[in-house]
Design a protein around this ligand. Structure first.
Ligand code: ZN
Length: 464
């Protein structure tokens, strides 16, 4: 049962105390650039070992900084994931479960804390679900989310109205803004690209030169990734030129991955398999984070906000922040939690999508639970990185039929009694229950949606 929105009622006093402490520090904190490349799954980045060179810029950034090899989104949906990233906490407590819901004004975002700590703040976003009307402008003095049909992959020319924009257009807005800036305050900029998101419409020169022999959808997706990476290079170059002088903290990540058919789904949002939730996370901060280092401890997007605050010398994060600073010591056995929103019951791609799905990863073991879909799945990721062998499902010839549809992991059969996987699953059931209890759901804040808004959500693949 959802509870009224309460976690932030007492935060204003606490945040004021945090900010007073932050503002009293004498030296200048670093300029900070945060880039989220929407729908970028880690294993399709050459910076993460993908055999086609999709992300040379991200690889160069990783060589100059630190790459987190085991980073997870909290959700596989844009708005909840970005809400968790910006507010440093579970979207359950924020009440943002799906696109079209608002990040509530009571939430404390990293941009708000930085702004109150003396930072200039600006954001340049590229897609409908993270527009200012959905609460994502909180804490930003300047927020650029005006899309034009000429620079959009999703929209209606007859209206005309656009629901997203190409990364090159978003970069141009950033470049113009940086060029005219005369502010001497430290700077926090968030840039959001959406290009790898469906529909895959990379500019022709990228799509045309992409290797043949790769499945068409994958080829188009990879071309989008390559295009976004190219624009990422322009963003970092412009930021280093106009702010930070190469000493800025730069963080690049994504809000979720993309199915590409790996478990029967082309897109994202429906499940919590690795391709949907494993994201790249790279941090460059010259002289402060190790160059060329690969961190294998599992981390979550809720860790980004406290990392930024520590870098900005905000000595105490808001009490609503749940993550850990990546600048501190990390625990290899930490549990990372994920969740999919609850569905009332929906037939999608011949599959009944119903109820809530949660998952946790600990020490390389991954457990996925969706009770209303009768799914319990347990994987050992080091030996089974593609989650092909559900250790809670006994081998059964009849399942070959389901396997042909990429759907072999549905946990509707009884697992072998007394197996280690069953014992582990029982423990993870308890952990998930404790996590749910510790993070009570807040009521979602549905923004009023008109016909065009519904069209926008549908055009991006989000249908209720
Ligand atoms: Zn997204």
């Amino acid at each position: 049962m959802r509870r009224p929105f309460v976690p932030f009622l007492f935060l204003s006093v606490a945040v004021a105390a945090v900010l007073a402490a932050a503002c009293s520090r004498p030296s200048t904190p670093p300029d900070i650039l945060l880039v989220t490349i929407d729908t970028l799954r880690a294993d399709h980045c050459s910076a993460y070992g993908y055999p086609i060179e999709t992300t040379p810029v991200l690889a160069a950034l990783a060589a100059a900084g630190t790459r987190y090899s085991t980073a997870y989104a909290v959700s596989a949906t844009t708005a909840p994931s970005h809400a968790s990233l910006m507010a440093g906490s579970s979207f359950r407590t924020l009440g943002v479960f799906k696109n079209g819901q608002r990040l509530p004004p009571q939430a404390v975002t990293v941009a708000e804390v930085l702004s109150a700590s003396g930072y200039a703040t600006a954001a340049f976003v590229s897609s409908f679900p993270v527009r200012s009307r959905f609460g994502f402008a909180q804490g930003f003095e300047f927020f650029e989310d005006k899309f034009t049909i000429q620079n959009s992959s999703v929209g209606r020319r007859s209206a005309p109205v656009a629901h997203d924009r190409f990364a090159g257009s978003t970069f141009a807005k950033l470049q113009a803004w940086l060029g005219q800036r005369r502010d001497t305050r430290p700077l926090f900029v968030w840039v959001h690209f959406v290009d790898p998101h469906f529909p895959y419409r990379a500019p022709e020169k990228f799509a045309a030169r992409w290797p043949a022999g790769v499945a068409p959808d994958v080829r188009k997706y990879d071309a989008e990734v390559h295009y976004a990476d190219k624009q990422l290079g322009r963003v970092i170059e412009a930021f280093d030129k106009h702010a930070g002088g190469g000493g800025a903290l730069v963080i690049v990540t994504s809000d979720h991955g993309e199915g590409l058919g790996d478990h029967g789904w082309l897109s994202h949002g429906i499940n919590l398999y690795e391709e949907a939730v494993r994201v790249p996370l790279v941090m460059r901060w010259s002289g402060r984070v190790d160059a060329g280092k690969v961190v294998t401890e599992p981390v979550s997007l809720i860790d980004v906000a406290p990392t930024i605050l520590e870098a900005a010398r905000v000595t105490q994060a808001p009490p609503s922040f749940e993550g850990l600073s990546l600048l501190g010591k990390l625990d290899p056995d930490r549990a990372i939690f994920m969740q999919r929103r609850a569905y009332q019951g929906k037939e999608l791609q011949d599959t009944d999508v119903r109820g809530e799905m949660t998952a946790l990863v600990r020490g390389g073991a991954k457990y996925i639970l969706a009770p209303e879909e009768n799914r319990r799945e347990f994987y050992q990721l080091p030996s089974d990185p593609h989650e092909a062998h559900n250790l809670l499902a006994p081998p059964a010839p009849a399942r070959d039929v389901a396997a042909q549809h990429g759907d072999a992991q549905h946990g509707d059969a009884q697992p072998p009694a007394q197996s280690p996987a069953v014992a582990a699953a029982r423990r993870h059931d308890e952990e998930l229950a404790a996590w749910r209890e510790a993070h009570p759901e807040s009521a979602g804040d549905d923004a009023p949606l008109d016909k065009e808004d519904v069209r926008a959500l549908r055009s991006l693949g989000y249908v209720d």
